[in-house]
Design a protein around this ligand. Structure first.
Ligand code: ACM
Ligand code: ZN
Length: 285
């Protein structure tokens, strides 16, 4: 999405160059987003944007490497799916200023009550080595907190607690702007932000743990068929996919709130989502 305050985000971060020199990418202007939102609204559909943090952020770090732990430089966005070691640095205030600026523009475009802030697949290696992150850990007492079990009897590493600090701080900002956050089940790491809704993708365990803590949950378990970009038949005849096996039968036979689930958990499961990542989709036809 075009962000007016940071034009380099799309100038540098929206295009990747493959090994053969071909370029892939694109972005929505704010005017285009308004059209998409209005089109959906006329059909009673609310679009919830996902602004990914603190991981999966390489495309943003290409234009703003100073928001990483190492300072970069980074030549271009990733050219293949997967998890990136370089992530946003929550030790630096500049990172939060940037994320809040971006969110402010995003909030103005999407009238829905939710914002998805990602939170998944954020390796902690850079944070462990980063003086700014370690300073934040000390200042916030996260090293001390890591030595004692939380209310659920679980201990968390200082860096996991820094993940929770980051999500909780962003949640507070979102709430102040009238928005509720959704995050992937990794936001359980280090303790859930107070009123976050959890999308359980690595199976159902994260969702059930969140429901037990009285948080709303959206089930989107990958192996139960809810990754619609997975193979839907034999790999030999299917378009490129990362693997998996998602059939219509599997998806339709899934019950997110089975009879065997205690009612006090089931009442927090507010629905399901089918994930369709566009990374394997070569065209819009
Ligand atoms: C995810 O597939 N990383 C949510
Ligand atoms: Zn850092």
């Amino acid at each position: 999405i075009e962000i007016k305050k940071y034009p380099e985000l799309t100038e540098k971060g929206a295009i990747r160059t493959e090994g053969d020199g071909s370029k892939h990418g694109g972005f929505y202007t704010q005017e285009q987003i308004k059209e998409v939102v209005a089109y959906a609204q006329e059909r009673f559909i609310t679009i919830i944007p996902e602004i990914e943090m603190p991981g999966h952020a390489k495309a943003a770090l290409v234009s703003h490497p100073e928001l990483s732990c190492t300072g970069g430089p980074f030549d271009q966005p990733r050219i293949i799916w997967g998890v990136e070691e370089d992530v946003f640095c929550p030790g630096k205030e500049a990172t939060f200023n940037f994320l809040e600026d971006v969110l402010t523009e995003v909030f103005a475009l999407f009238p829905g009550e939710y914002i998805h802030i990602g939170g998944d697949e954020c390796p902690k290696g850079r944070w462990k080595e980063c003086p700014d992150c370690q300073k934040r850990i000390k200042e916030e007492g996260l090293d001390v907190k890591s030595r004692v079990a939380d209310a659920n009897g679980k201990k968390h590493s200082p860096e996991e607690l820094l993940q929770s600090y980051t999500i909780t701080r962003i949640e507070k900002f979102a709430n102040e702007h009238g928005k509720k956050i959704i995050g992937w089940d990794e936001i359980l790491e280090g303790g859930l932000a107070p009123s976050a809704t959890v999308m359980s993708w690595r199976g159902e365990a994260g969702g059930i743990a969140a429901a037990k803590q009285q948080h709303d949950v959206i089930m989107t378990p990958n192996r139960a068929g809810f990754y619609l970009d997975h193979l839907q038949g034999a790999a030999e005849v299917e378009p490129a996919a990362i693997g998996g096996y998602s059939t219509v039968e599997k998806v339709y036979s899934y019950n997110p709130v089975p009879d065997t689930m205690p009612a006090e958990i089931g009442k927090y499961i507010i629905g399901v989502q089918g994930n369709l990542w566009a990374e394997y989709i070569l065209s819009d036809t």
